[in-house]
Design a protein around this ligand. Structure first.
Ligand SMILES: [Zn+2]
Length: 492
């Protein structure tokens, strides 16, 4: 049982949680963003991150500190909190990223964990092996064995109250990711970064990213805090949270600003292309695009970094509110419209609807059907499964219209796309109070037909008539043969 992480609310695979970080004596509410601080090159100071942006936690690189003589001495002497002047929790990376970029680093897991402890890090990281996507399986397996060894070594290091990351690797092999996660979950380590996903995000492979996270989640317990390592673009936070990610780190806010790139939740814009600023953060309220372009380079970078961070934190707050309101998947649907590859990510998320259904609350405010993808949401799957367990009368009229002329049946149930049959006793309960468009679509009708099939496969002796308005052949073909169908539109 991991007692330092507690779940407060869930929606689909997303959750609001509390991560207690004992060494910093702070509790971080998740989903949380960790701004990345380069200890040698600060744009927005850690103090300002805490005071102005509300950052509760940040991440910096202990390997860079270790390699930089004066920084190392100051960190060992005064402690990281003092050096950075940050009151929240500090996570440190180990140099694994440098390992993946440059092929070797000069510290061991024991050394770097002891160093992280000595400089006062609150969450430390062993030296795992970040295996890139698409490598041969043999390499992914061999790297993973090394990562597992490093986690086992990490368990033996005396780190006091410092929490330790247990990175989950395995490249793009879902079974290896799941196996890695199961192994990591069985250690007594604390936080679970899904590693080496940056190349996937750089190539807009949100579908593969979701498969990788879904696999890791299958191997981890529900109370394992999950960090999508290296993910900092606010466009994809809602999607990743819906699959169960709790922590994000952003270097993007500063890196993009350096290239005059302006973050939005619908993607990145170049400052040169903007005639208007579609944002009301303090930076955008005080400047026009021309004002920003006229600033000296370092000032412009600072202002753009601040805007990028405002948008990023704003999206995290919006996601938390969506989880609280039970509207996270509606938010994901909106974000999915920003880019075709985001839509691929959302469709892949729905491939895992059964997995999401396990943590999805039974009751929420209202189900909004806002795209044909909504027909594949976990709530629809759950209703179909529930239909198999219901008591059904011997003869039943399922109808999209009113119940007139239905006296010859024992009962009449409403037919509601995308759910299918709506037993009268459940008609006022979630999700059957759904708001659906009057102009429905084939996906919703086919899902409703699958609901009818589920009900009648479980109750093959029921005599059933289905009254519909002009259903397409694709939906009618899903309805079992022994059901009599009646086109209500034709009757009028
Ligand atoms: Zn702004």
């Amino acid at each position: 049982m991991r007692e330092h992480f507690e779940l407060r609310d869930t929606d689909a695979g997303g959750r609001i949680g509390e991560l207690r970080v004992p060494r910093a004596d702070v509790t971080v509410e998740t989903p949380a963003l960790l701004p990345v601080i380069n200890p040698n090159l600060q744009s927005i100071s850690p103090r300002r991150l805490a005071d102005e942006f509300g950052a509760e936690i940040l991440i910096t690189n202990s390997y860079i500190i270790h390699k930089t003589d004066d920084l190392r001495e100051r960190a060992l002497e005064d402690g990281l909190h003092e050096v950075l002047d940050f009151p929240g929790a500090i996570m440190t990376d180990s140099g694994s990223f440098q390992l993946s970029e440059y092929g070797e680093i000069s510290v061991t897991t024991e050394e770097i964990l002891a160093f992280q402890r000595d400089i006062g890090a609150d969450i430390g990281t062993p030296v795992d092996i970040p295996t890139p996507p698409d490598v041969p399986r043999e390499r992914a397996e061999a790297d993973l064995e090394t990562t597992k060894d490093r986690l086992e070594i990490a368990e033996t290091v005396d780190v006091g109250e410092m929490l330790i990351n247990a990175p989950v690797q395995g490249s793009t092999y879902p079974d290896l990711r799941e196996d890695a996660a199961r192994h990591a979950d069985a250690t007594d380590l604390d936080v679970f970064p899904v590693g080496a996903v940056v190349p996937l995000m750089n190539e807009y492979r949100y579908d593969d990213m979701i498969d990788v996270v879904a696999a890791a989640k299958r191997g981890l317990g529900a109370n394992a805090p999950v960090h999508l390592f290296g993910a900092g673009h606010p466009m994809m936070f809602a999607l990743a949270v819906a699959m169960g990610c709790d922590l994000f780190d952003s270097a993007a806010y500063a890196l993009y600003a350096r290239d005059d790139r302006y973050l939005t939740v619908r993607g990145t814009r170049h400052l040169a292309d903007l005639e208007y600023l579609p944002c009301s953060c303090p930076v955008c309220a005080d400047h026009s695009p021309d004002d920003l372009r006229a600033l000296p380079d370092d000032r412009r970078e600072l202002e753009l970094s601040a805007h990028n961070l405002h948008v990023t934190f704003e999206e995290i707050r919006r996601i938390k509110q969506a989880i609280r309101s039970g509207t996270l998947l509606e938010l994901v649907e909106q974000r999915a419209r920003a880019h075709p590859t985001m839509l691929d990510g959302y469709r892949t998320l729905l491939d895992h609807a059964e997995q999401l259904e396990r943590s999805d609350p039974v009751s929420k405010g209202a189900f909004f059907y806002t795209s044909h993808e909504s027909a594949r949401r976990p709530e629809v799957l759950r209703h179909h499964r529930r239909l198999e367990r219901l008591a059904v009368p011997d003869s039943l009229f399922l109808t999209e219209g009113d119940s007139s002329g239905s006296d010859r049946y024992d009962d009449t149930w409403r037919l509601l796309a995308p759910f299918g049959p709506v037993p009268n006793a459940l008609s006022r309960s979630y999700p059957l109070t759904a708001e659906v468009p009057a102009r429905t679509d084939a996906a919703a009708l086919e899902a409703a037909a699958r609901g009818v099939a589920r009900l009648l496969e479980a109750n093959p002796d029921v005599e059933c008539t289905l009254g519909h308005y002009d259903w397409p052949t694709g939906a009618l073909e899903i309805v079992p043969d022994h059901v009599e169908t009646m086109d209500l539109a034709g009757e009028q």
